[in-house]
Ligand binder design. Structure first.
Ligand SMILES: Cc1ncc(COP(=O)(O)O)c(C=O)c1O
Length: 396
């Protein structure tokens, strides 16, 4: 089948929820993808910050193959060895205490929202159920996660939305202070806003939030679905800030392309859940956690993270050299970079695609670069050259 054949069938049979580019990638290796017509692309989208070890990583293939010969799935009514091992690694690396596994970022956030409320319910403070979230945030598409998301465009038409969410300004501590009251149970924040335009939190904002939450006795939840798993140059984004949240949520890179999500919490917050309080049939499934274990082993071995820091600094340096009157700034952390333009970037993304470079936006005028963490300098040079060529052709 050609790209066209697949697109035509897709339009007929697949529900119309995505605006799609007219290509169908069918094969991948490392930083490259090939579409159904055989065209090659350098992939700086990576399934939106998912394929952190590139496509079809040999060690991940092996982990999946070995597990697939042994056992695919059992109920969470039994102990699941790779799940227990992945939990141990997440706990060891985060300094938190307990992990819960699910299948996506939205589910991880749902779990965190439920845990925060149940924690106070168990303390006989069920009135504490309000969660402070942020404008321009993104937390997923389930009803609660989309309500936590501070962008009305994602909520339109889905009323009635669940209650209990109030919206503060990102990087504005005073706006949070104004919203804290006796009903507040948690603050939910992305340390680096992703979909909202690749906006890193100011260090003083996150340390201020930690202090505020401690003083008010409320839980601090970091959504690290996009910025976690090595993306920013440390395994968890919170590690840049010298503070620890009570709960973090993960997904995307955790499975390197195999669907999995997780919530990791400290002992205090974890005490909110007892058997029966929350569950997922597929959460922490043997195949998913076998892959996640391998992902974690690779990220935590040798100088992997140091290499991410060095190569991402190189990418940032090369991007900073690009001169174009339409660029406002290039910002971000590690391999989570955004180039903000003074105009919409749709046309630029399409030219890049034609030239064989996959990029995607984060909002209408921010070009997002989230390559695999394994991308090398030659591939970075190639991407920057293609982007420069595309900028020359892009007339707006
Ligand atoms: C910060 C953040 N949280 C949550 C989600 C939702 O994740 P999922 O699409 O896996 O439900 C995303 C997805 O882009 C995200 O960027």
């Amino acid at each position: 089948m050609t790209n066209n054949d697949i697109a035509q069938k897709g339009q007929q049979y697949v529900m119309n929820t995505y605006g799609r580019f007219p290509i169908a990638p069918v094969r991948g290796k490392g930083s490259y993808l090939w579409d159904a017509d055989g065209k090659q692309y350098l992939d700086f989208v990576g399934g939106i910050a998912v394929c952190i070890l590139g496509h079809c990583n040999d060690e991940l293939i092996k982990a999946l193959e070995v597990q697939s010969q042994q056992l695919w799935h059992v109920s969470n009514f039994y102990w699941i060895q790779p799940q227990v091992e992945a939990a141990e690694k997440l706990v060891r690396e985060s300094g938190l205490d307990k992990a819960f596994f699910c299948n996506s970022g939205a589910e991880a956030n749902e779990a965190a929202i439920k845990l925060a409320r149940k924690y106070f319910y168990r303390k006989q403070e069920a009135f504490r159920n309000e969660i402070i979230v942020f404008k321009d945030s993104f937390h997923g598409r389930t009803l609660a996660a989309v309500t936590a998301t501070g962008q009305t465009k994602y909520q339109e038409g889905f009323a009635p939305l669940p209650g209990g969410f109030v919206y503060a300004e990102f990087n504005n501590l005073a706006s949070v202070e104004r919203l804290v009251n006796e009903n507040t149970c948690a603050v939910l924040v992305e340390p680096v806003q992703g979909e909202g335009g690749i906006k890193p939190a100011d260090p003083s904002f996150l340390t201020g939030l930690r202090k505020l939450c401690d003083q008010a006795g409320i839980l601090l939840i970091f959504d690290e679905v996009q910025c976690g798993m090595g993306r920013t140059g440390s395994l968890f984004a919170f590690q840049h800030y010298g503070i620890k949240p009570d709960i973090i949520t993960l997904a995307k890179g955790l499975g390197g392309g195999f669907p999995i999500g997780a919530m990791v919490a400290n002992e205090k917050a974890s005490s909110g859940f007892a058997p029966g309080d929350h569950a997922s049939t597929f959460g922490g499934n043997l195949l998913a956690t076998a892959v996640a274990n391998q992902v974690l082993d690779i990220l935590c071995t040798g100088n992997f993270m140091q290499q991410v820091v060095e190569r991402s600094e190189y990418l940032k340096k090369e991007l900073d050299k690009i001169i174009d009157r339409r660029i406002i700034e290039t910002r971000g952390k590690g391999f989570m970079l955004g180039m903000e333009f003074n105009c919409e970037i749709k046309g630029l993304v399409n030219i890049c695609l034609q030239k064989g470079l996959l990029l995607i936006g984060a909002g209408p005028n921010v070009l997002r670069l989230v390559p695999p963490l394994t991308v090398n300098e030659a591939e970075i040079d190639q991407a920057v050259d293609l982007l420069k060529e595309a900028l020359k052709e892009w007339k707006i």
